[in-house]
Design a protein around this ligand. Structure first.
Ligand SMILES: Nc1nc2c(ncn2[C@@H]2O[C@H](COP(=O)(O)OP(=O)(O)OP(=O)(O)O)[C@@H](O)[C@H]2O)c(=O)[nH]1
Ligand SMILES: [Mg+2]
Length: 437
């Protein structure tokens, strides 16, 4: 395989910039430009140590550090060289250019991790965990990503797969000796049923896992002037949207994200709902309804003491299953009997409102091992379907079908770790990485 090189740190000025190379030629290429009083020849380079030296290609000189990781004890399983340079938009680019000129090939997005996967250093779901760690924007996301990356999730899936493989072995043997193995076959089906329950629970956790990964999207809707923008501003902690006592102040959807108890919440303030002859405002109102449609939770805001508009509410309930009634301005109008009472002005009740958003979406920042990746959910869904077919076939004493469906179920589960995954699936996973990882 070619020796690949890339800048592993973000573009722009920073304290350090790292250029990384992986492959057989990595050290040889680096030593054409990197010199140090501690290194006479390639043989002197001690792995896993930082060495101070100078990178020079005749036109630029840079005092920097080099680290060498010898195959197979490296991230990719190949020889790796990392040059730690002074951070700078141009410097790292320039060093990379020199390395490419000396025979290294520019790494594709995720190619280092892809090589690690091909070398068997990590499974496909662990690699997805690496990408998830990099992209994590909240405590909850980070926790789930770590669970993936560290192999904890993979071990759980392997546990389920192993039990199914065991059951499959017994069922296959019972094909030849149906009478002698009847009890054992019953036993193994009981075990498969337990796996089925765990798989169903796992799949169910995807509803929350999906929200942990992308954040919970919350649309703030209601009549004009009820204090929607004021609520947004209160939640984000600064004056994000214009607030005024003029009805119809907000025309567009105003979005901003916050973190609450380690979970990302994507807030969307919207134009107030009312009959209007104003063309621009009408478009705004259409956008409000579209935002409500796309949201995981809708906050329907009214002034405390007044009733919600039943037509609006029915409209929104028709396409959103999580609608919270929020009574605002309790500082003036007092609390209502129904719904959540808040004051955007004083902040009263706002913490409870945020807790309620997490409660209705079943998102728990402390939970780990929820299903967060669509690809994994798809594998579990298929595995579950085949397992259900297997269990049904067992009920009809159709043992050959049981074996067939069990095998399919095992296959679908194993795909999570990458076994039997198609080239397209693998490409898709690594295409979501950044360059240099
Ligand atoms: N006393 C009190 N006044 C509030 C509260 N929330 C909002 N207001 C006032 O109500 C008026 C309307 O507030 P906005 O936040 O602009 O209302 P809105 O729902 O975004 O209005 P539109 O964008 O026109 O749909 C402003 O004068 C706010 O100061 C509250 O909790 N208490
Ligand atoms: Mg507004």
């Amino acid at each position: 395989m070619d020796t690949i090189a890339a800048i592993s740190t973000p573009k722009g000025a920073g304290a350090i910039g790292i250029v990384r190379m992986s492959g057989e030629q990595a050290l040889a290429i680096a030593l054409r430009f990197f010199t140090s009083s501690r290194i006479g020849s390639a043989i002197d380079v001690e792995p896993n140590r930082l060495v101070l030296g100078t990178f020079s290609d005749g036109s630029i000189r840079e005092k920097c550090m080099m680290a060498f990781f010898r195959a197979p004890k490296s991230y990719t399983g190949e020889d790796i060289v990392e040059l730690q340079l002074h951070g700078g938009a141009y410097l790292a680019e320039r060093v990379l250019e020199t390395l490419l000129g000396a025979g290294a090939k520019l790494a594709a997005p995720g190619e280092f991790t892809r090589r690690a996967y091909l070398a068997g250093k990590l499974t496909l779901d662990e690699a997805e965990g690496v990408a998830a760690m990099i992209n994590a924007e909240s405590e909850a996301e980070l926790r789930e990503a770590y669970c993936l990356m560290s192999g904890r999730f993979d071990a759980r899936i392997k546990g389920l797969t192993d039990t199914l493989v065991e059951s499959l072995g017994v069922i296959e043997a019972s094909l030849d000796y149906p009478e002698e193995m009847a009890d054992e076959a019953d036993d193994s089906i009981e075990k498969a049923k337990a796996v089925r329950e765990e798989m169903a629970a796992l799949l169910d956790s995807y509803k929350a896992g999906r929200l942990i990964k992308g954040g919970v999207t919350v649309a703030i809707v209601g009549k004009t002037n009820v204090g929607k923008s004021s609520l947004l501003n209160r939640l984000v902690g600064y004056s994000r949207a214009i607030v005024s006592d003029v009805h119809g102040t907000t025309r567009d959807v105003v979005g901003e994200s916050i973190l609450h108890k380690g979970v990302k919440i994507n807030l969307q303030d919207t134009a107030g709902l009312r009959e209007t002859g104003d063309a621009v405002e009408s478009i705004g109102i259409e956008r409000s309804l579209a935002a409500a449609k796309g949201a995981d939770v809708v906050l329907y805001v009214v002034e405390a003491g007044s009733h919600p508009d039943e037509t609006d509410l029915a409209n929104i309930r028709a396409f959103s299953k999580r609608v919270l009634l929020v009574n605002n301005k309790t500082d003036v109008f007092g609390a209502s009997a129904e719904g959540l009472n808040i004051s955007a002005k004083t902040g009263e009740g706002v913490g409870v409102l945020l807790d309620e958003i997490l409660r209705v979406t079943s998102v728990d920042a402390r939970a780990a091992e929820t299903l967060t990746e669509e690809r994994h959910a798809d594998c579990v869904r298929r595995a579950l379907r085949h397992l259900d077919d297997a269990l049904a076939a067992f009920g009809q004493a159709n043992v050959e079908c049981v074996a067939l469906d069990l095998r399919e179920s095992v296959r679908a589960l194993a795909e999570i770790g990458g076994e039997g995954a198609t080239e397209r699936v693998v490409n898709d996973v690594f295409s979501r990485f950044c360059v240099g990882k």
